[in-house]
Design a protein around this ligand. Sequence first.
Ligand SMILES: Cc1cc2nc3c(=O)[nH]c(=O)nc-3n(C[C@H](O)[C@H](O)[C@H](O)COP(=O)(O)OP(=O)(O)OC[C@H]3O[C@@H](n4cnc5c(N)ncnc54)[C@H](O)[C@@H]3O)c2cc1C
Length: 722
Amino acid sequence: MSFFKTIRVNYVTKPLFYFLKAKGLLPSISETEKVALRAGDVWMEGDLFSGKPDFKKIFFEYKYPKLSEEEQHFLDNEVETVCSMTSDWEVFKKRDLPEEVWKYLKEKHFFGMIIPKKYGGLGFSAYGHSCVVEKLATCSQVLAITVMVPNSLGPAELLLHYGLQEQRAYYLPRLADGRDIPCFALTEPEAGSDAASISAYGELFKDKEGHYKIKLQFEKRYITLGSIATVIGLAFVLKDPQNYLNKGENLGITCALVNAAIDGIDQSRRHDPLNVPFVNAPLSGKDVVITIDDIIGGSNGIGKGWEMLMESLAVGRGISLPSTSSGGSKLASYVAATYSVVRYQFGLEIGKFEGIAEVIGRLSAQTYLLDSAKTFTLGAIDNGAKPAVANAIMKYQSTEKFRKNILDAMDIQGGAAIIRGPKNLLAHVYFGAPIAITVEGANIMTRTLIQFGQGMIRCHPYAFKEIQALQNGDITSFDKYLFLHVEHIFRNGFYACALGISRGHLHRSTFQDASSRYEQKLAWASAKFAFISDIALGLMGSGLKKRESISGRFGDILSQMYMMSATLKRFKEDGSIKDDEVLLRVAMEDGFYKIDEAFVGIYENLSTGFLGFIFKLAGFCSRLNPFSSGIKDVDLHIIARQMSNKKSFRDRVCSNIYHGVRVTELFHAAEAMQNAKEAFVKEKKYTNSSLNEDEKARIRHARKLQEGIVAVDSFTNEEYFK
Ligand SMILES: Cc1cc2nc3c(=O)[nH]c(=O)nc-3n(C[C@H](O)[C@H](O)[C@H](O)COP(=O)(O)OP(=O)(O)OC[C@H]3O[C@@H](n4cnc5c(N)ncnc54)[C@H](O)[C@@H]3O)c2cc1C
């Protein structure tokens, strides 16, 4: 150790360490938190935390996913077929998918998309799997959820990563072809968001032959596919009261695959999740006896359940819900844009009203952004990354955006979106939005605790290392990371000031085009974020976790930066299409505007106490020197015009949607209205007799299709009450 360092350790670091210890300020992280923190890995979120994101890596190194021929074929054939077999209205009426759809899903191995081919699955990439779920969601949410669940966190996923060879060989082929229907049962009445607090337990005992067995007691709820599952992935605490295994009584959370036909399991009840008729149920078990071989991973899996779940969730959050959310948003954009051409009020197509154009513009730009972020993240997953924080961002942001997008589209359709029936394309999608918000980590907690709380410790270059050193009493390591951290703060402070004063211009962008100014501002935002979050951490230490109004806003900034980086990437990957510049502009300005709001909110929360005036001043400066002055209405109007009139533009924003009967009717009606536009103008200006035969025919045709679109469903009393 150099002389200088010795002095530093003895006179700065050691006293600091003992002071923290004496005051009880050493950060404490429980075992379950540690496991959650270690789950997955750090990908480009780490760059955003570093304050100096590497845009060359984003543009050139990170691979953008593409569908394989086989995946494309599946989308064009099997997915189209199953969609054509499914009438969402009928599904709601009968409260189940038709029997032939269940049969087809099993036959074509929809439930085994993530299962490798050698086990009879489809062996799809994360991107392929996501595109299937996305398209199904544009036909029927029930169809999408039913397919999504066996392919997300559940028996197959857990077996693939942690199962014994024999377990894989037995279960995976059966799960792939639907002989077994899986569910995963974690949640309990007293253990929702705090899933580690489950009280389901299993006691180890020896049967008459002297074989080890486990007797389970559990009461689970909200379990998707729970009442029809044949194999239950069950999370429980394994206990060994006789200490047979010499590891103490509590062996920790463990996951097992339980045959649903075993005595003691009750699958007889159903929940009704907002009337959306997918299978969701409570599930209980009394004195259910399984063997150690039923534990995922056998005896090696004892006590590893929490780790398994956290690891799998860290990946899964980036796939399923972002896919249903982008599907729902694309459908919403498509319906809103085409309807706005067909529906006339006050003698004008409603899309011509600025109020409506604003909403279509916002909705479409958000859909573009969401699709970009989803694809970017899937590219990472397909290339082997397990970006825990990016996936949590995707789960939170995609479901929040979806909820807003579907409401926007419904507002545009007015009454036609409210009246249920086969003609309504949006109402059932809307019912599904709160479900997506709640599952896989309810959103309020995901925003405040996971995005930033986990991100700050996990993605920060030094925070976790410092905590570990403190916990281990390792003063040398603590000294090393502490001073690297201090250097990091100064460097980011300097960057943040330099970039702030120059409004980002000191950053040299990778390209000189529509993306360059946004790259500069992102570099500036990242430096400011890294600096201010470090200051907040320094001031509050582990207390920052509890200040959720602050950590939530840091999470907002991080997630905006992530999604905007993904949008820049997409713009370049698509070939910098001129028409799309306006989508990029709106998505970026909106994101920067939200970042400004979040910073101001953080400063306000920090503006109390001794150093409060500094944050008041920082808030004042932030307002004077914002990242964005907000979205321009004129840009929203341009997007709305393009969405309504330009098929290629609309198809890019709303790619991969299922064109069922009603969507096709909407498309034809919108086309017919466009084709008759001039004739309508002539008719209005002069008289009907001034029109030639072709013009009259166009108007007749357009009006007929328009009538069909404007019509809503109605029922006889008898039908209604049935
Ligand atoms: C339709 C549906 C399907 C589901 N499918 C399954 C399944 O297949 N398997 C399964 O195991 N589970 C399933 N779940 C359960 C789901 O994962 C839980 O609902 C979820 O974890 C939230 O638990 P909770 O509903 O008890 O909410 P609570 O935990 O009671 O949370 C209530 C509110 O408090 C917030 N909150 C909690 N802690 C914090 C915090 N520290 N900071 C800030 N806010 C916080 C939450 O965000 C939420 O807004 C399903 C749920 C639903 C509704």
